[in-house]
Design a protein around this ligand. Structure first.
Ligand SMILES: [Zn+2]
Length: 211
């Protein structure tokens, strides 16, 4: 799954688990946590393999244990934002070492990226997240002139970086060359542009408060 799907579904799942506390969710943190397991992509130079221990329940449970112990229910939506990355996104579109270190087996449906299923799932997540944001007031909050929106530049940076990586080398021929070649590619590229614009506007609105 692309960063796009991981981010929008992180929001959907986090809101679902936040219950009545959704209004206090730190959205930039939720979006960033949604892509956090893919930090293993940056560690490949150190012998870390993608989709291995950083995509396991145990690894993140240990990291989150102090937060779960101190903040209890309040930290659950953030934990869910990370867990859905591999238990939902990469599980349906890919395969991951869910139960490392107890099992080194890969679990998942191993659907290909930019398959009909993948694009449908990611686009559905984007529309669902947008709908929830509209109805629960987060959209208004995230597009208002408020300094608390400045940290939205962090998920923006992560998304744009992933777009550049995929644009220049995925898998061999640049994604940009494919962008208009099929409805699937065009849809996933358009979805990326929509999310990037939203994050950029939110950040800009936050920065306006500084003037
Ligand atoms: Zn991943």
């Amino acid at each position: 799954m692309f960063f796009l799907g991981h981010m929008v579904w992180a929001y959907v799942w986090a809101v679902a688990f936040a219950g009545r506390r959704w209004g206090k969710l730190l959205v930039p943190v939720v979006l960033l946590l949604g892509v956090m397991p893919d930090v293993d992509l940056l560690l490949r130079g150190f012998g870390v393999e993608h989709h291995t221990f950083m995509h396991s329940f145990f690894f993140w449970f240990v990291l989150f244990a102090p937060f779960l112990a101190v903040y209890r229910l309040k930290s659950v939506p953030y934990f869910v934002a990370v867990v859905q990355h591999f238990a939902f996104g990469d599980f349906f579109v890919g395969e991951v070492m869910l139960f490392w270190p107890f099992s080194r087996a890969y679990f998942g449906f191993d659907t290909a990226m930019v398959s009909v299923f993948d694009v449908a799932l990611e686009t559905a997540g984007l529309l669902l997240a947008a709908g929830i944001m509209y109805y629960n007031g987060d959209l208004k909050r995230l597009l208002s002139v408020d300094m608390r929106n400045i940290p939205m530049f962090l998920p923006l940076l992560a998304l744009v970086t992933s777009m550049l990586v995929f644009a220049v080398d995925w898998p061999i021929i640049p994604l940009v060359a494919y962008a208009l070649s099929s409805p699937l590619f065009a849809t996933i590229v358009l979805a990326h542009i929509v999310l990037a614009i939203f994050l950029a506007v939110s950040t800009a609105q936050g920065l306006r408060r500084l003037q």
